[in-house]
Every structure is written in structure tokens, then in C-alpha cells.
Write a protein that binds this ligand. Sequence first.
Ligand code: PEP
Ligand code: MN
Length: 368
Amino acid sequence: MSNLDIRPLDQWWFGEGDLRLISGPCSAESEDQLMRTATELRDSGRVHLLRAGIWKPRTRPGAFQGVGEPGLAWLSRVREELGMPVTTEVANAAHVELCLKYGVDVLWIGARTTVNPFSVQEIADALRGVDIPVMIKNPLNPDLQLWMGAVERIREAGIDKIIAIHRGFSYYGKGLYRNKPMWEMPIALKSQFPELPVFCDPSHITGKRELLFQVAQKALDLGMEGLMLESHITPDQAWSDAAQQVTPSALISLLDKLQVRTGSTGDVMLLNKLAALRADIDKIDEEIVHLIAQRMKVAEGIGEYKRDHNMTIFQLDRYNEIMATRSALAAQLGLSEEFVRIFLEQLHKESIRSQTRVMKQVPGETND
Ligand code: PEP
Ligand code: MN
């Protein structure tokens, strides 16, 4: 644990209300799209800071890379005409210079930049002597040291208004989320830097609007101190991240459903041991479900073998052996033998069911 001497949010944050909220489109696409989105968000009275990406870090070339400098003039219009502070992503010193020139109120460092200490240092050097808040998204990979290092580099440049943003972590393969939440990571960051505010970005964690609510609620339950949620006037037509964006009115309905925990500011996240333990349980349960899926796959393979060799599905000796060895292991680990027996019986029953399905298949063909 170390003391970074970070300025508390209540000394500089922009808005009132029990939920600190940053919203706006993934990308600024046109002056009209940005102004219409920002106007609705401002009129809702719920959004404190307007976000819009001007330079977009796209995975493949050819995708929309952001509108660049002209978008900064549109952001200035949002500030001046709507009276909303604005924020955008910076990835290098040139971006920082331009944002300062156009009076952008808050900068954020994206996940693809936080991974690179050279880039973070370049941004930090460009910020020396400037008083501007900086938000630092977690790196793409779950490396706590990298995230901490980025916070330290920005702090060492003299910036003391810093927020960390949890936006999930990339992983190989397909899953429910676009980026795995790995809640233990923001909790670990908070335990290292207790005075550092941590916000959550459910849009980039989920990648789909249907899951935004549950992730946003969980973030608040864990004591996170604000949210960043993408919103677009016509989300389905968005030039980037269409599936995860919502209209301003859908955003407001989502906010109305959220339960904001009173006292969920500051170090609740750290104090909330229960929440940390629940995050561990979530992870373990997820592993258990993955293992069950893996076990079923193997069982199906056995089913095919039995079918091709004309063997019966249920083999009493094997069943007895499974029960005896696992019960002995359970006893050794201090688990209830009865509980483990019931659990295994259910698993075995499910395997038999799937093998019966395999039996009915003609080799080389599928049932459907
Ligand atoms: C974004 O906020 O639009 C963005 C690109 O985020 P991240 O760096 O979290 O992917
Ligand atoms: Mn986005």
C-alpha cells in the first residue's frame, strides 16, 4: 500500500448527484451526431462529463479511425453551448497538445496505451506542469503492475486528479463478455492505492447492451465510485462499438433501475471484504462450470467409443470405482462424502444422458 497523494474526487468532480457518470458516444462521428447525443444527455441532468473518442485505436486497419482534430472543435461546442465538461482519449504527446489547445477538460488513456510504458511516459512528459484530470483505463492484459505503473507515471508528472477505469481484460476464445471483468483486479488496485478513485466501464466489459445493467450494478455493489457508459443517438448506426451503445433514453432507464449504495464512495471497495470474497466465488464457479463442460465433452468421446465397439453405456464396475475414489478424496479434503456422492451421481447421470444421445447417432453423422 502506498500513498500517492491523489486529490479526492469531492474536491474537483463536476456534478452533483449520488452517481458519478460519464457518458457519450464511443466515437465522435459528425458534429450533428455529437451535438444531438450530448444535448439529450445534458437535458437528462444525470451525466456529469461527456465522452467521445476522437482518435480511435482500431484493431484492424480500414476500420473507422476517428475524425481527428475537427472533432475537438465539436467538443468545444459541447462545452460552450451545453455547458458540459468533455473528455477524450489520448495516446501520444501530439494528442495531448491538441486537447490542451482546444480546452478538453479531462483526458483518458485507453487500454491499448496503458500496456505500453513508453507511450504512458510520453503522455506523462507532455502533461508536466499542466493541471488536468487524467483517467487511466486498465491495460488489455490483467497485469496489476502495469496499471499501477501507469498511475505512478502520470502522478509523477505532477497530475493529482486521477481516476482508474476498470474496462475488463482481453482473453482468448469466446465468452459471455467482450472483456473479462476479473473483479479481483480493480479490488487489488484499490488495496494498493486506497485513495485512488476507481470507476467502471460496463460498455467495454460487456460489449453488448443487454448485459450493461448487471455489470453496472455489480460495480456499484463493489463500491466503485462512478461509471462510464457509452451512449449514442442512433446506436445501431454507430461507426464503432454499435452493439454496446444505448440511446440516451435507454441510458436513463438503466440508471433508474440501478441501486446506488449509499456510502458507496471512497474505500468501501476495500472495506467490503465480502464483495472481494464473492468475486473469488464467482471465479471458482465459472471454473467449475467450464470443467463440467470439459467433462461432458470427454464423456461424449467415451460414448462414441462405446458405440463403435458395441459396448453398453452403463458399466457398473466403472461407476463403483468413480464413487469409491472420489468419496475417498472428498473425505481426505474434509468434504461431506454424502454431498460429493450426490454431486457425482448427478454428473454421472448427465454423462449417461449425453452418451445415450451419442449411441443413437450413426457414426460420422450428427443427430440434427
Ligand atoms: C473507448 O472508450 O472507446 C475505448 C477505446 O476504450 P478501451 O481503451 O477501454 O478499449
Ligand atoms: Mn468504445
